[in-house]
Design a protein around this ligand. Sequence first.
Ligand code: ZN
Length: 150
Amino acid sequence: MAPLRELYQQVILDHNRSPRNFREMEDATRSVEAYNPLCGDHYTVYVKMDGGKIAAMSFKGAGCAISKASASVMTSVVRGKSRDEVLEMFEDFRRLVTGEMEGEAQLETHGKLAAFGGVKEFPARVKCAILPWHALRSALTSEDPAVSTE
Ligand code: ZN
């Protein structure tokens, strides 16, 4: 398992160092502010919908390595997905980082999200990893302009 773990850590380090889709989006359909007061993570996520699918996504803000990498990976994997597909991914991701999901097999379909499987060993980091996903879910399901982990 060691090489796999290392690979996962590489994914997180890489996305923290060079976050993907790290910019404001002027023509976003929705933007939601996300705040995790326990850690200080603070982001705005931008979503552009087209025909019921996510055409583009980006984020801006600052926070710890886990939250930033999670937001970066999320913006990479949700492109082209429908609202229902994203809500399913949210639930899989939540189960993964809270330790409700065991093994690697369940995550094969979601690729890089598996990198966050190690987060369950660090309970204080779970909210950091989920924060961007809460913001995206809110963008797709509610009118709330902001979400907080508290
Ligand atoms: Zn954090």
